[in-house]
Design a protein around this ligand. Structure first.
Ligand SMILES: Cc1cc2nc3c(=O)[nH]c(=O)nc-3n(C[C@H](O)[C@H](O)[C@H](O)COP(=O)(O)OP(=O)(O)OC[C@H]3O[C@@H](n4cnc5c(N)ncnc54)[C@H](O)[C@@H]3O)c2cc1C
Length: 405
């Protein structure tokens, strides 16, 4: 997938997609598989495609690749599996998840898996890391005719409707007010530009979608903007541990690779889930996902190694970060009675980890008059709040968009 630079802004793009997570990438594949060959540019604030189904590499710890968002995904419907999923399986991008899943109750007892929506149906994982899911989607798209470009490390800060009267419907600007591109159609796949969180957390002067909607006077867009602005989400503060060799056997012997905490256990230890991840070089990593309540109490503490937080200007606070890491580490040791000392620790905070219902109604996914659409796991569809919903919402949007493109 070619990377393009900011100097390409003179070209008019047929479709711009803000966000190269699973929904954004699935939308590209779905449109290409329908035979649409128009130009697409994906704009992504992170280092590459992935979004919340991401694997973190470490600059100072070569070879380490930790799934610090979704460690797996589940599909409960047949529909999203074909032909998109079959292409991913045949291309070797994803494979069934075969790790054992167990639960931990409030007394510290290990039990059978609990039904929390993330384990129903068929379980899948990226081959060699969850980032392979988005990479595979873009590879499937690249195999079809039509120019697709990914601009990573690019934060879209403002949306300007119909700027030039030159056939474009939208102009997108970066944080310095420079135009990134003009496009005929726009799709937003993340919620940063649609939710007051951008004002509360990052001090923006308004919600970009609402600011644009005021200028357009499109009742359907007004409804979509209102629904998106009202949507709540829960956060997750994740502790990432790279285990030293001497600690590995104790962890490796555990009868689980994914451990779900029951509501009582979550309340007691402030953890929601722990995953144990084998590395290609024989090392092991652990990811402990905090409870929503813990993440809420530490809502301004970002991991200093988060590139997205840096791009958004979230000020790093080394002391607060160390305190959050210590609290999660302590909780992990107490809950599992397993050693962690000597492990390399990092913090990753997902500010909007899991959207809460009600999500965006499907009838508001496309606003043809304003030439804007929405896809993501926040759309009210099967798989809401999960990878399945991100894929399904993109496939549904592709169907809605196709007659207009
Ligand atoms: C800790 C954690 C664990 C999870 N576990 C599971 C699980 O076990 N199973 C499961 O199915 N799902 C799980 N999920 C949820 C799953 O990761 C998401 O449902 C899915 O990845 C959502 O994809 P998306 O494309 O809709 O959104 P995202 O992945 O959020 O993609 C949106 C993208 O848009 C980009 N973006 C947003 N605004 C801008 C802007 N203004 N400019 C440029 N780029 C922008 C963001 O950087 C992001 O990459 C988990 C999530 C987290 C955080």
């Amino acid at each position: 997938m070619p990377e393009t630079s900011a100097t390409d802004s003179s070209q008019l793009t047929d479709l711009a997609i803000v966000g190269a997570g699973i929904a954004g990438c699935s939308l590209v594949v779905a449109l290409r598989q329908q035979g649409w060959g128009g130009s697409i540019v994906l704009l992504e604030s992170g280092r590459g495609e992935e979004g919340r189904a991401a694997s973190r590499r470490s600059r100072h710890n070569t070879g380490l690749l930790i799934n610090h968002g979704a460690p797996l995904f589940n599909l409960t419907a047949e529909a999203p599996r074909s032909p998109l999923l079959s292409g991913l399986v045949e291309g070797g991008w994803i494979a069934p998840f075969r790790g054992a899943i167990r639960s931990l109750d409030g007394s510290g007892r290990i039990g059978p898996p609990i039904s929390d929506g993330f384990t129903a149906g068929q379980l899948w994982q990226g081959c060699g890391g969850m980032h392979q899911l988005a990479a595979g989607l873009l590879a499937l798209a690249a195999a079809q005719p039509g120019p697709t470009a990914l601009r990573s490390s690019t934060l879209v800060r403002r949306l300007r409707p119909n700027p030039q009267g030159d056939g474009s419907a939208w102009s997108l600007d970066d944080a310095n007010g420079a135009e990134l591109l003009r496009c005929r159609w726009l799709v937003l796949s993340g919620t940063l530009l649609t939710h007051p969180r951008c004002q509360q957390v990052f001090g923006w002067d308004g919600v970009p979608l609402q600011q644009a909607a005021v200028q357009l006077g499109d009742p359907l867009l007004d409804q979509a903007a209102a629904a998106l602005a009202a949507m709540e989400s829960t956060a997750s503060s994740n502790l990432l541990l790279s285990l030293p060799p001497e600690l590995t056997p104790a962890w490796q012997q555990q009868p689980w690779r994914l451990l779900q905490f029951t509501p009582e256990a979550q309340q007691r230890w402030d953890l929601r889930r722990v995953s144990l991840q084998a590395q290609a070089d024989g090392r092991w990593a652990v990811v402990a996902e905090s409870s929503a309540a813990f993440a809420d109490r530490h809502r301004h503490v970002y991991g200093s190694r988060s590139s997205a937080a840096q791009l958004l200007g979230a000020a790093p606070d080394a002391q607060a970060e160390a305190a959050v890491i210590a609290a999660l580490d302590e909780a992990l040791q107490q809950a599992l009675e397993l050693p962690t000392s000597g492990a390399d620790c990092q913090l990753m905070r997902w500010g909007a980890a899991f959207p809460q219902r009600p999500g965006l109604p499907t009838e508001l996914q496309l606003c043809p008059h304003s030439r804007i659409g929405f896809c993501g796991d926040y759309v009210e569809t099967r798989g809401f709040g999960r990878v399945e919903g991100a894929i399904g919402s993109a496939m549904a949007l592709a169907e809605l968009l196709r007659p207009h493109l």
